[in-house]
Design a protein around this ligand. Structure first.
Ligand SMILES: Cc1cc2nc3c(=O)[nH]c(=O)nc-3n(C[C@H](O)[C@H](O)[C@H](O)COP(=O)(O)OP(=O)(O)OC[C@H]3O[C@@H](n4cnc5c(N)ncnc54)[C@H](O)[C@@H]3O)c2cc1C
Length: 269
């Protein structure tokens, strides 16, 4: 449980962090809340030679409403997202999802940018951002680009971020009053989802049903064609490739996806 030796640099600004990433190459890693990266380093599943700390940069934190969207700075902590009046009004699904992450300690350190960049298919916030039709604002030496959520999640713990790019903000449409449902099946209160479902405005996203958070397209199409929640939910596991592990085999995960989708659709807030 002792990481390999590494250097530590506190970035002075987002621009400084990008310069450091370009200088130090693929041996460098950004450090935000550290609640995914540091455990991986302790297990020696990651061995960066330098950590670039962006966790304390005020310019990357905070939430504003802009042109019908909520713009959430990458280092906004889960607890701040859960408590934000703007998010609770404009994207209550996201505020709720942030409140489901781990326990209070994790929610006070972990950041939305870290969660999305880490791209754990079982995580809460990637699934929520996908269900809401969100996108990532990414900054690198070439400027700023915007990546829609389905293109951002590229594979198992993999994103389309380039090595010298920083996720600077997450954008989600503000839709006050939009019905939403959220279901997370866990064995213990602060665990990742064995399967998770987030539904909003006819879009349904699944956690832990494949290598990336994914949309339940067949169920969405059935809803759009007039099917009721129970009928549409029967299609929730179509085209999924869930992993098997000590918590659940593939068939059980598919069963959970159907049951949780029905509940998410039937019990919308
Ligand atoms: C005990 C425990 C329980 C947990 N339970 C849950 C849970 O129930 N649900 C859940 O969703 N998560 C859970 N988590 C994960 C938690 O939400 C993490 O905080 C989160 O996944 C990572 O955020 P971080 O800010 O800590 O990122 P870090 O650990 O600092 O970084 C994670 C990765 O993202 C990269 N990164 C960070 N910020 C950026 C950025 N702005 N741009 C580009 N790359 C960046 C880092 O280089 C690193 O590769 C749990 C963690 C622990 C330790």
């Amino acid at each position: 449980m002792i990481p390999s030796p590494f250097d530590y640099v506190a970035a002075q600004s987002a621009g400084h962090a990008i310069e450091l990433l370009a200088d130090r190459g693929e041996d460098a890693k950004l450090l935000a809340g550290g609640h995914s990266l540091l455990p991986m380093m302790k297990l020696r599943l990651a061995a960066p030679t330098v950590l670039i700390d962006i966790g304390g940069l005020p310019e990357l934190a905070g939430i504003v409403a802009e042109d019908g969207e909520l713009v959430i700075g990458a280092t906004t902590r889960h607890a701040d997202l859960a408590a934000s009046r703007l998010v609770r009004a404009g994207a209550p699904l996201l505020a709720h999802a942030a409140g489901q992450v781990g326990d209070p300690q994790i929610r006070h350190r972990g950041t939305i940018g870290g969660s999305l960049a880490h791209a754990d298919p079982a995580a809460d916030l990637p699934m929520a951002v996908l269900a809401l039709g969100g996108s990532m604002e990414v900054t690198g030496p070439g400027g700023v680009r915007r990546i829609p959520a389905p293109e951002f999640f590229a594979g198992y713990f993999e994103t389309s971020l380039a090595g010298d790019e920083l996720l600077t903000a997450v954008r989600v449409p503000a839709r006050p009053g939009q019905p939403w449902g959220y279901q997370k099946f866990t064995r213990r209160a602060n665990d990742w989802a064995i399967v998770g479902v987030a539904a909003a405005g006819g879009q349904i996203a699944l956690a832990n049903m494949g290598p990336v958070p994914m949309r339940a397209r067949a169920a969405e199409q059935a809803l759009a064609a007039g099917a009721g929640p129970a009928e549409a939910a029967e299609l929730a596991a179509e085209d999924t490739e869930p992993a098997e592990d000590m918590h659940a085999d593939r068939d059980y995960r598919r069963h959970l996806a159907r049951v949780l989708t029905r509940r998410a659709l039937q019990h919308q807030a």
